[in-house]
Design a protein around this ligand. Structure first.
Ligand SMILES: [Zn+2]
Length: 354
């Protein structure tokens, strides 16, 4: 059973370090956007969710297809989910944000189904519910335990969060984790939880765009940066680079890419959105070394490890060990894969135990 508290303390795609920075901005519009966005973190609207036993069976489910419903909150914060605007058999709504949420959750569903053989978040056809136009000027998106919720930004600094396939994929991946290893949302296990969602998000984008590991962008969220923010690579990137640097409003991307830079802050549940940079970069390095299409090599290995081989309180060392083991299991004919993965973790300062 997942309590309100567990999910209520969780923040959205845009991490607290960015929201706080905007809140402190002398730019009144950004200050107000941040103020409205902080609503998300109150936890008051998080769902109470009854979860089945920890690890769902991996048996193939009969394909039922996506069960999508998109609701429009029309600027309200509650009650969720809002007014039904688009469903699986219904006509297109003509509302851009509604159609974006519908489309992106469909792509995400198809990726989990076709590539990873998982039938929605619970492997049992859990409906993919989205609510759009959450509040006024809210610049964030989140998974509340049972569904996605998207703000539409202000249109100048932030565009609707439905615009990003990666953000939709990230939030749905939180659902996958909650139905599998349910990684505790604090410190290293929380950073692994965040990292898994970023890893799935970049994998889903690359799969959709048919980009190989060498050609891909590897950053997330650039689609929601409006003209007022100017062009940025994204709000975080899995490469060694900074997603943004000395940006007039955002400052500099704080994510470390090596354990030496681990942030021991108590903010953000022990820096889950900051320290996720370390396992994210291990995935990036492993994917580059394995080459080809990420969804055919590194992604299934990470998925196997993160949804099946980790305990709720897993550490970075556990993740390094589990992904190395998963590589041996899934690619027994390619022993170089396990070696490449252990090397990738070692390069970010984490030693696999196998
Ligand atoms: Zn997240």
């Amino acid at each position: 059973m997942v309590t309100i508290g567990e999910f209520g303390r969780r923040s959205g795609f845009l991490p607290p370090y960015i929201v706080r920075r905007l809140h402190e901005s002398e730019n009144a519009s950004l200050h107000n956007i941040a103020f409205d966005t902080r609503e998300l973190d109150s936890g008051a609207r998080m769902a109470r969710e009854v979860r089945p036993a920890r690890i769902m069976g991996r048996a193939a489910m009969p394909s039922v297809g996506p069960q999508r419903k998109v609701y429009d909150l029309a600027g309200n914060l509650d009650p969720l989910p809002g007014t039904l605007s688009r469903s699986e058999k219904g006509q297109p709504s003509g509302v851009e944000v509604v159609e974006e949420a519908f489309e992106h959750s469909g792509i995400t569903y198809n990726f989990f189904k076709k590539v990873l053989k998982r039938e929605s978040v619970d492997n049992a056809g859990h409906p993919l519910i989205s609510s759009v136009n959450y509040g006024v000027h809210v610049a964030n998106a989140f998974w509340n335990g049972v569904q996605m919720v998207y703000g539409s930004g202000d249109g100048h600094y932030f565009l609707p969060f439905t615009k990003s396939l990666g953000i939709c994929a990230h939030e749905i991946s939180h659902g996958v984790i909650s139905f599998t290893t349910n990684l505790a949302y604090s410190e290293q296990s929380g950073a692994l939880n965040e990292s898994f969602c970023d890893v799935m998000a970049v994998s889903i984008e690359q799969w959709h765009l048919k980009q190989n590991a060498a050609d891909a962008n590897w950053a997330l969220g650039r689609e929601v940066a409006g003209p007022g923010l100017g062009q940025i690579d994204g709000f975080r990137t899995l490469t060694a680079a900074k997603a943004f640097e000395e940006h007039v409003f955002l400052g500099t991307d704080p994510q470390p890419k090596h354990l030496d830079g681990y942030d021991t802050t108590s903010d953000d549940h022990g820096g889950v959105h900051v320290n996720s940079g370390i396992p994210n970069h291990a995935f990036y390095l492993a994917a580059q070394e394995l080459g080809g299409n990420v969804w055919e090599r590194a992604t299934p290995i990470w998925f196997e490890a993160f949804t099946g081989l980790l305990n709720q309180d897993a550490s970075f060392v556990d993740a390094a060990t589990a992904t190395t083991l998963a590589a041996k299991r899934l690619f027994s004919g390619e022993p170089s894969y396990a070696t490449a993965i252990a090397d990738a973790w070692r390069a970010v300062g984490v030693q696999s135990e196998v």
